[in-house]
Design a protein around this ligand. Structure first.
Ligand code: URA
Length: 238
């Protein structure tokens, strides 16, 4: 592989900025300044930029982020900061995608990967991955909210009721809601249909992935091999 490509793949530099970095002596290959950015490098070479070793990431990335409020689940074109801006140190992060989306002001568990097949397992309606949200409400919950969620709720502009969802009342203004589909603003619209308003929404779980209680807001961690394998090879439910 050419050195400029290696640098572009392992850092946020474009190939032309990588060339400039080589020319200005910031890059060393096995401790030696390379003659040009077109030099060929091998897997075994030790390549540094400003003294820091660069490692070429091979294979897919799987990340669990504790999403803060005010960040948007999009790769570009937003007036708000992107969740990808939080992935400091991850190169080519805009090649990744979020597994489903959380609203701008929703906090909590967000999975991010560049493995489209893996994320499909989590988001496809055929796989029924439950999602658990904690919601704080503006009004006291109506008496029959549990039954209404279980029966299915008609949302505005949608003739098909929601699939049975399980509501656990923590208090009259705090609930845990488990849903089995992912319609646009679904949780907020379910409570709106019951005459309420969600003041804050936080996702705690998607399928078998639970937000680590010790992961600070805005921080992320790589999934473990065991977690990644949780979905791989699972039989498809019909
Ligand atoms: N439902 C919502 O209304 N918002 C989210 O962010 C996720 C689910």
């Amino acid at each position: 592989m050419r050195l400029d490509k290696f640098l572009a793949d392992t850092t946020d530099l474009t190939r032309s900025l990588a060339t400039k970095a080589v020319k200005s002596g910031r890059v060393l290959v096995n401790g030696v300044k390379p003659k040009s950015a077109a030099a060929k490098v091998a897997d075994s070479d030790e390549i540094t930029l400003d003294g820091e070793r660069l490692i070429l990431q091979t294979g897919y990335r799987y990340i669990l982020l504790h999403k803060p409020a005010g960040y948007v689940c999009a790769n570009r074109g937003s007036a708000h900061p992107l969740v990808f801006d939080l992935l400091k140190g991850i190169t080519n992060r805009l090649d990744m995608h979020t597994v489903g989306r959380l609203d701008l002001d929703t906090t909590g568990l967000l999975l991010i990967t560049d493995d489209g097949q893996w994320s499909h397992h989590l988001t496809s309606p055929r796989h029924h991955q439950p999602k658990v949200y904690r919601a704080w409400l503006a009004e006291d919950l109506c008496a029959d909210a549990e039954q209404r969620c279980e029966r299915g709720i008609l949302l505005d502009d949608d003739p098909v009721p929601t699939k049975p969802a399980q509501l656990q009342r923590i208090s009259d203004r705090e609930v845990l809601l488990t849903i089995h589909e992912g319609r646009y603003h679904q949780v907020r619209r379910m409570f709106a249909a019951m005459g309420n308003h969600v003041e804050h929404l936080h996702r705690e779980q998607v399928g078998e992935f639970v937000l680590d209680p010790n992961l600070p807001v805005g921080e992320f961690r790589d999934l473990t091999e065991a977690e990644i394998a949780l979905l791989a090879g699972k039989p498809v439910s019909q």
